[in-house]
Design a binder for this molecule. Structure first.
Ligand code: ADP
Ligand code: MG
Length: 473
């Protein structure tokens, strides 16, 4: 019928606009490398902030003692305590607790977010067992993973550059400038420390790290070949180990190690080569941060399901794809989450039963035909494939910056990239596509490049960095 022909036309147009053939991915990778250079050259020199982390030494395995970590960055936050036993024993013991962030605190109007976090941490501390042996008189120390862009002033201080991933706390500042913390420009550690004091918890924040830095540190602890970390979760970002002399904007003393970990903040990357669609454009315009985090908005878990929703919505409106009326639920932004999309995409049943159930349960669209369900799966596939292939291009960009994207005569050094985040962990088709695309891009060099899942490396990594920056060393 004319209706399904129109729906198929929309589908084919989507496929064409999302296309990411190898040639285009190479252009994206090259642009990424160029922007990395520019971001390292001068402050504000690029959309890539290339933030200096003040981590110039990564964990060695010799770290010892009891340490805490706090990971705040998206949908959940985690608190963690570890006992580090040195080279042979490594992580002797680890305990954690996970708390979901109540959505109203993501747009909070007071100290609420950090107070909530401090209270959860205090509760966790109160559950310390008999075997938690901090030497007498010694303060508890914490590694704080804060997964938003921060301009570091030292390893244990830094000011918030902006909120991302649906946090919109600065909007509240406009209403009441005295109410919110941390605000953009405020010291994140100072604000957390004040919140800890308010709940009466005596604890020192010894290291402030981004989740990519934590993942890199956690990965390196177990594998000395780890040179970069990538997060594919609610948002996306990458960090890597740079040669200190290759950072022109760094005017401090060169670190003894000769190295400095850089937080690229690649979520804010954009380039003319990115395959963007009308759906991305509309999503961006209607987002909390229009014009920003464009790479993140086509790759990461917060947005993939929403892009699919927008495509289906247009099919419903212009091609009566779900019948004569547009299903009202389909018009609600972010109603279709990436885990739902992933579940539909992985449906292997012959009648696409999962797709049918999801459409019914989430969008209240019942009695869908197999043909309709197939189109829905195709939409998921196109959107996920674009994101996965672009993530691979981003990784190639980093490898190019380090000169590790080609095989060199007599050099078979391995480069390991630590990957983490819910999208990478749970969206199998996304992960497989990203990995195969990276192989495709690297050719012969792919034998020396390894993608490793660093399961919650960021929490352990933050605790390790707290240990190596302890006040008692
Ligand atoms: P964060 O990035 O918030 O720190 P995670 O790394 O745990 O947290 O990632 C959570 C994100 O991962 C979710 O927002 C969601 O987009 C994505 N995700 C979680 N589970 C799945 C799933 N089963 N399939 C696809 N994506 C998932
Ligand atoms: Mg995280």
């Amino acid at each position: 019928s004319g209706q399904s022909a129109k729906a198929l036309a929309i589908l084919r147009e989507l496929e064409e606009k999302c296309g990411a053939p190898v040639g285009r991915l190479r252009q994206v990778a090259d642009a990424m490398t160029v922007e990395m250079h520019a971001g390292l050259a001068s402050e504000g020199g690029s959309k890539l902030k290339m933030l200096i982390s003040y981590v110039d030494n990564l964990p060695t395995g010799n770290e010892r003692g009891w340490f805490y970590a706090l990971d705040l960055g998206g949908t959940n936050f985690r608190v963690l305590r570890v006992q580090l036993g040195g080279k042979d024993k490594r992580v002797v013991k680890q305990e954690f607790d996970e708390v979901s962030i109540p959505p109203h605190l993501m747009v909070a109007t007071s100290h609420e977010l950090f107070d909530f976090v401090a209270e959860a941490l205090a509760k966790f501390v109160s559950s310390e067992g008999e075997d938690f042996h901090l030497p007498p008189g010694r303060q508890r120390e914490l590694g704080f993973t804060f997964s938003f862009p921060v301009r570091q002033l030292s390893i244990a201080s830094g000011t918030l550059i902006k909120w991302t991933k649906g946090f919109s706390i600065e909007d509240a500042v406009k209403l009441n400038p005295f109410a919110v913390s941390p605000q953009v420009g405020e010291d994140v550690v100072g604000e957390l420390t004040k919140a800890l004091e308010r709940v009466g918890l005596d604890m020192r924040v010894s290291a402030l790290v981004n989740d990519t830095i934590g993942t890199l540190a956690g990965g390196r602890y177990y594998n000395p070949d780890v040179i970069a970390a990538v997060i594919l979760g609610t948002g996306t970002n990458a960090a890597y180990v740079e040669r200190a002399h290759a950072i022109p904007k760094w005017h401090g003393l060169l670190p003894k190690s000769g190295e400095m970990v850089i937080n690229t903040e690649w979520g804010n990357f954009r380039a003319s080569h990115l395959p963007l669609t009308e759906y991305d454009q509309a999503l961006d315009v209607e987002s909390l941060n229009p014009g920003e985090q464009i790479f993140e908005k086509i790759i990461s878990g917060m947005y993939l399901g929403e892009i699919v929703r927008r495509v289906l919505c247009r099919m419903a409106e212009e091609a009566a794809f779900f019948g004569d009326t547009v299903p009202p639920k389909l018009k609600i932004p972010f109603v279709l989450r990436t885990p739902h999309m992933s579940a539909m995409h992985h449906d292997t049943s012959s009648d696409l039963k999962v797709v049918g159930t999801k459409l019914k349960d989430i969008l209240e669209i019942s009695n869908t035909s197999l043909k309709t369900r197939k189109v829905v799966v195709e939409v998921c596939d196109i959107v996920a494939t674009r994101g996965a292939r672009l993530s691979a291009a981003g990784i190639l960009g980093i490898l190019k910056k380090l000169g590790r994207d080609t095989v060199k005569e007599g050099d078979n050094q391995r480069s390991v990239i630590a990957l983490d985040g819910g999208l990478f962990e749970h969206y199998t088709k996304f992960r497989e596509c990203m990995e195969s695309t990276l192989k495709e891009l690297l050719g012969d060099a792919s034998d020396c490049i390894v993608i490793e899942h660093s399961n919650d490396g960021s929490g352990i990594g933050a605790a390790l960095l707290a240990a190596s920056h302890s006040q008692y060393l």
